[in-house]
Design a protein around this ligand. Structure first.
Ligand code: ATP
Ligand code: MG
Length: 364
């Protein structure tokens, strides 16, 4: 077991593209770290650098107290699970798991014991003689996991291992991966662009954007206090509503302490339909309902913000605010009619404020 530390890690690809622009974070021994961010933000690049499959342009990667910049992948004591599993098609499940151990010259009884133990944990013991093509997608994914488990590495690295699976299997495997990692308590770094996967799996969440870290924290802290508007709209679905305010608008809403323009944020689940005025300091928005999505236990209401409500009133140029789309998320299936005008309210402590460029969270 080991911790993993990245110190000012950078990657410039041949040709000059800077894919990783100075990343620092630490994954504690036994922690499950999830790297999440949009396509192209550098997640796989970073993971492959930890694995040693990609060189590091500058900075340091440290695994278990040893700088591994110049250590070969095979000597880093890591095991990686990829999105496309990459099983050997002509080998049985057993041999797929045993292959790497044999290559390392491990004794046969030890290989047998490790493969059987992994098969038991993953519940694929009855399939050891089958070829990958005789397995379902979920079963193949388990074999890929098994291949990593038998190595008994210090660190597991996962690159979107569930993205080839259908939605239901994804959820089932997600829960299994978490249980497995708790049980083995092996340090893990897991890459995904799925924010729900990130929220549910992570002990420590690293939100990346364009080669940089936007925020690091526990999933619920990141959800409760996003550091930037990027994080605010990336974590949580539907995303946080973001409404630009001029300096006057910010002052009118949040008092004299803040004197700059900003972006007001409020999550869809923190808005409720109500004709009553909110508690002091709360927010009211007047919306024209444009679309309804009923997903079963809850309903998403899409509306356009109309002049009126207390935001227009605090704008320095009432009526000139663009008609913004607002999403609200309400429990149950009852919803207003399309075209109806409604008022929605949020409590003061559920309001977020960011700098006008979205790069900074402002305490209010
Ligand atoms: N070998 C390479 N040469 C040049 N640029 C590369 C190379 N590999 C990746 N890139 C670029 O580096 C950036 C980061 O790529 P990376 O694969 O790390 O993204 P990612 O976050 O894993 O995305 P995805 O979610 O789509 O897998 C992208 O803009 C990509 O085009
Ligand atoms: Mg990737």
């Amino acid at each position: 077991m080991a911790n993993v530390v990245l110190r000012n890690v950078r990657k410039t690809y041949p040709g000059g593209f800077e894919a990783i622009k100075g990343v620092d974070f630490e994954v504690g021994d036994g922690q499950f770290c999830v790297l999440v961010g949009p396509s192209g933000c550098g997640k796989s690049t970073l993971l492959r650098m930890v694995a040693g499959l990609e060189t590091i342009t500058s900075g340091e990667i440290d695994i278990g107290g040893r700088v591994v910049n110049d250590v070969e992948p095979a000597d880093r004591d890591i095991a990686m699970v990829f999105q496309n599993y990459a099983l050997y098609p002509h080998m049985s499940v057993y041999n797929n798991m045993a292959y790497g151990l044999r290559n390392r010259g491990m004794a046969k009884p030890e290989i047998e014991a490790r493969v059987q133990e992994a098969a038991r944990i993953l519940e694929i013991g009855a399939m050891l003689d089958r070829k990958p093509r005789q397995l379902s997608g979920g079963q193949r994914q388990r074999v890929a996991m098994g291949r990593a488990i038998v190595r008994q590495p210090k660190v597991f690295l996962f690159d979107e291992p569930l993205s080839n699976l259908d939605a239901k299997l994804r959820v089932a495997m997600r829960v299994e991966i978490r249980k497995l990692q708790r049980r083995l308590s092996t340090t893990a770094i897991y890459v995904t662009h799925d924010q729900l996967e990130a929220m549910t799996l992570a002990d420590i969440l690293v939100v990346m954007n364009a080669g940089q870290v936007e925020q690091i924290g526990s999933p619920l802290d990141v959800y409760a206090k996003p550091a930037t508007t990027f994080v605010a709209s990336f974590i949580g679905a539907p995303p946080m509503n973001l409404i630009p305010l001029d300096a006057e608008g910010v002052r009118a809403r949040f008092g004299g302490a803040v004197t700059e323009a900003g972006v007001l944020g409020v999550r869809p689940e923190d808005l409720a339909i109500s004709s009553e005025p909110p508690a002091p300091g709360g927010l009211t928005l007047d919306l024209a309902v444009e679309a309804i999505e009923r997903v079963g236990p809850e309903t998403f209401v899409y509306g356009t913000r109309s002049p009126g409500g207390d935001l227009a009133a605090i704008s320095s140029k009432p009526g000139e605010l663009p008609p913004d789309e607002i999403i609200i998320r309400i429990p149950g299936q009852e919803a207003p009619a399309i075209g109806e005008r409604i008022s929605v309210v949020a409590l003061r402590h559920n309001l977020h404020l960011f700098s006008a460029d979205g790069r900074r969270r402002i305490a209010v």
